[in-house]
Design a protein around this ligand. Structure first.
Ligand code: MSP
Length: 789
């Protein structure tokens, strides 16, 4: 065994670069607000660092190995890789829709990760810290955690009964690091936080560390131990390694090695509090043993609670980020999470509190302030910012407050005290608002000469506008979309460009120049109406309802994007059109709903099945969408759908006809007859329709397929991923003319092979009399990946 005298202190931060990470998310369930929380916090930090001119690398990703995923996939009737791919896509897709600015997204099933993790394992073994032994004890599959105690012991983290495992394993000499770790914590008081986490970790280590089993033989879904392939590497060793493998650790490639040198050690691992032991004990010990510098800090956020419990899939008390985004926008969600919950503490999420915060701070606060000033600049100065002229005591006071706010906001934010930072900033919002009201530039008292009044209007509007510019610059990392809108309205161009030019590094009073042309006023945060809470609840209830209907039908729903699918229905639904299930859930997510959701969790979370379209002939590769219900992916219906659910009329299982596989005729190539009005075409429900995931994509590459005169090979960009699609349109479209065009694709069609090439999706086109396709497109600007519903 080599010496364990590894770094006692972690290196001081290099200001020129910053590397931060989220935990990598398990792919056994779709993302919910709890997952979005950590990722949003990281995004805000990353944006601020970049805007300060610091070269930043923001990593996120998915944790795809282990017994838990293997079992979930098995229950869903999928291979673990298929299962993981679909769920990983859900996380990445959501991060993209929320506009999160990650630089890299790692999947632990990627080759770069496998190579790096094996390299780390081999290094630990070569340095004498891994040995072979046998383990008999308790294991919690849900937390992938070894637990001390006799058979029947419950997991201290999740309360589930552990399983007894008896295997020959490789062990890591964790016990050798007890003293080293304690010394390290003492020498680096800023390493972990908050204080509660620090105390908990230290007391865990003081309680004594046992060697840790770092391989498993009883299942195979993992990374093989190099040189002994019947073992797979313990999923937490595998997962933690992602922070280095994503930078190129273990690669022979020069560019990877340079990147690793540049960004490692990480400046910040942001994690949820329940995984601090893995990050603050195991991870530093692995790194010390491997002779690799330790991360500079690990900070734990508290839990997002909903209905009195940690928001989690197994509790059935989750809220989707999409729901809030749909009704109030992503910025509202970001603001609420960072303002409402002191970082490090648990925080309650409630739609009521969210809407209240939104209306008071965003709609009536910042949004209203911006709109007042922009409107008045237009009304009194034709949209051109006037010269402020000489300052009075009122302007000087506002300027001094703004300068103090700039000084206070940064350190509070950097301490992850976002709530305090925002409170300080909103005090400036309120002060600016008060200044405006007190100055009343819209009202000329009878005894004030016209010229004097115009001078006051100019002074007040220029000063208030400058205060708003400061507020907007500071809040940009937290409200990036809204800040971008204000920046444009203030004639400042794109805030993203300003961020690239480190605008936060030199933020000071006086940046707004007289003569700047303001853009037309545009709404920022429309006031949330009374029914906003209900609408969000309906969306969530609809989501639960589709779980129940799915359970009753035995078919997987359009699960790949069930959240959005449910959203589509719910937004249009009138509040009074609540279902019995939704009524139950509104009253605290009713017990029936919860139970069923829980029972189904393993497989209703399963990825989308195909739309049930058989591979058609190449010539018809552009078929228009044929709606067909999915073939049941799991046939456990009878067992899983309790009778009381099936009785409720709204919840009755879909008719058999709806589930019947599509008739061949429905899939036939478009015929002339299609131009005739539809004759008795089979009706479908909204739930059938939403199974089809239609998305906006852009064609990046278009080329003919050799020896197939009808086929084009396309590479399309969905914003959140790129795909290859084969389309039978070569006789009608010149490939080069298609490049750059935005089209509509069916994104959840099962892949199929044509001429040895895999096609992942289908284009939508109208079919003319002679069979010629006309690709569907848009007249307005649409973002890539937008869903059609
Ligand atoms: N895969 C491991 C992490 C490996 S990191 C090398 C894991 N995954 S997880 O999907 O279960 O959780 C990922 C993160 O989401 C954790 O930080 C966890 O705390 C966070 N959250 C999941 N539910 C949450 C809340 N309800 N509230 C706040 N964060 C929550 O653990």
């Amino acid at each position: 065994m080599q010496g364990i005298g590894q770094p006692m202190t972690n290196p001081a931060p290099t200001p020129a670069r910053y590397y931060l990470t989220t935990p990598i998310y398990y792919v056994n369930a779709r993302p919910h607000l709890g997952h979005a929380y950590t990722t949003i916090v990281c995004d805000a930090i990353a944006r601020k660092k970049r805007a300060l001119g610091i070269e930043t690398w923001f990593l996120t990703g998915t944790d795809e190995h282990g017994q838990k995923i293997e079992r979930s996939a098995d229950q869903a009737g999928r291979t673990p890789f298929e299962f993981a791919t679909a769920l990983s896509g859900e996380f990445r897709g959501l991060w993209d829709r929320l506009g999160l600015s990650y630089d890299d997204f790692i999947r632990t099933t990627e080759e770069r990760h496998k190579r790096g993790t094996q390299h780390l394992f081999a290094t630990l073994r070569d340095r004498g810290f891994i040995y072979k032994g046998s383990y008999t004890g308790q294991y919690c599959v849900s937390d992938e955690l070894y637990v001390d105690g006799p058979p029947g012991t419950v997991c201290p983290d999740c309360g589930r009964i552990t399983e007894t495992v008896s295997e020959e394993n490789y062990f890591f000499k964790l016990s050798a690091f007890e003293r080293k770790l304690l010394e390290f914590y003492e020498a680096n008081p800023g390493f972990m936080g908050p204080e509660s986490t620090r105390r908990e970790v230290i007391s865990f280590v003081r309680g004594g560390l046992k060697d840790l089993s770092v391989s498993r033989t009883s299942f195979s879904w993992g990374i093989p131990v190099p040189g002994d392939e019947k073992h797979v590497i313990y999923v937490w060793l595998d997962a933690l390694a992602n922070y280095m493998t994503a930078l190129g650790y273990g690669s022979d490639d020069f560019i990877d090695q340079e990147k690793f040198k540049k960004f490692w050690p990480a400046d910040l691992h942001l994690i949820g509090k329940e995984i601090s032991r893995f990050h603050c004990v195991y991870w530093p010990a692995f790194l010390m043993a491997a002779g690799i510098p330790l991360p500079r800090s690990v900070k734990a956020n508290g839990w997002l609670l909903f209905d009195q419990g940690k928001m989690s899939k197994s509790k059935g008390n989750i809220v989707r980020a999409e729901t809030v985004q749909e009704i109030l926008g992503a910025d509202a969600l970001r603001y609420f999470l960072l303002r409402e919950i002191p970082f490090g503490q648990d925080g309650n999420f409630s739609f009521d509190a969210l809407v209240q915060r939104y209306n008071s701070d965003l709609a009536n606060g910042y949004g209203n302030l911006v709109s007042r000033v922009v409107n008045m600049v237009h009304k009194y100065f034709g949209g051109i910012l006037p010269e402020a002229g000489a300052e009075t005591a009122a302007e000087a006071a506002l300027r001094e407050s703004a300068v103090r706010t700039i000084a206070a906001f940064g350190p509070a934010f950097d301490d992850l005290n976002f709530s305090e930072a925002l409170k300080t900033l909103w005090a400036l919002v309120a002060e600016t608002d008060g200044y405006l009201t007190a100055s009343a530039p819209w009202k000329r008292p009878a005894d004030r000469p016209e010229a004097e009044h115009v001078a006051l209007q100019a002074r007040v509007l220029a000063t208030a506008a400058e205060a708003i510019r400061i507020i907007t610059a500071l809040v940009y990392p937290i409200l990036p979309d809204s800040a971008a809108k204000v920046w444009r309205q203030f004639g400042q161009g794109e805030i993203a460009d300003a961020a690239k030019n480190s605008f936060l590094a030199e933020l000071s009073w006086g940046g707004l120049k007289a003569g700047t042309r303001f853009a037309e006023p545009a709404p920022l945060f429309p006031r949330a109406e009374k029914d906003a809470v209900e609408r969000m609840q309906n969306i969530e209830d609809q989501d639960s309802r589709s779980v129940i209907e799915t359970a009753s039908s035995g078919a997987t729903s359009g699960g790949g994007d069930r959240g959005f699918a449910a959203t589509a229905g719910a937004v249009n639904a009138k509040p009074e059109a609540k279902t019995s299930a939704s009524a139950a859930t509104t009253a605290g997510k009713g017990a029936i709903v919860k139970k069923i959701a829980e029972k189904q969790e393993a497989w209703v979370e399963a990825p989308v099945d195909s739309v049930g379209v058989d591979a058609a002939a190449e010539a018809q590769a552009y078929e228009t969408v044929a709606l067909a219900a999915n073939a049941p992916a799991v046939a456990a219906t009878a067992e899983l759908a309790p009778p009381q659910v099936a009785q409720g009329s709204e919840l009755a299982p879909p008719q058999v006809a709806e589930l019947a596989p599509p008739q061949v005729a429905e899939l036939a190539p478009p015929q002339v007859a299609e131009l005739a009005p539809p004759q008795g075409s089979q009706q479908i429900t909204i739930d059938d329709f939403i199974k089809v995931d239609l998305r906006v994509a852009q064609i990046l590459v278009a080329e003919r397929v050799p020896k197939a005169d009808k086929l084009l090979r396309l590479e399309v960009d969905l914003g959140y991923e790129k795909r290859q699609i084969l389309a039978g349109i070569a006789q009608y479209y010149e490939p080069e003319k298609l490049i750059g065009r935005k089209i509509v694709i069916v994104a959840n069609l099962a892949p199929r092979k044509m001429r040895g090439l895999e096609s992942n999706g289908m284009l939508l086109a109208a079919s003319l009399e002679d069979g010629a396709p006309v690709l569907a497109g848009f007249l307005e600007e649409v973002p890539l990946g937008a869903r059609l519903k």
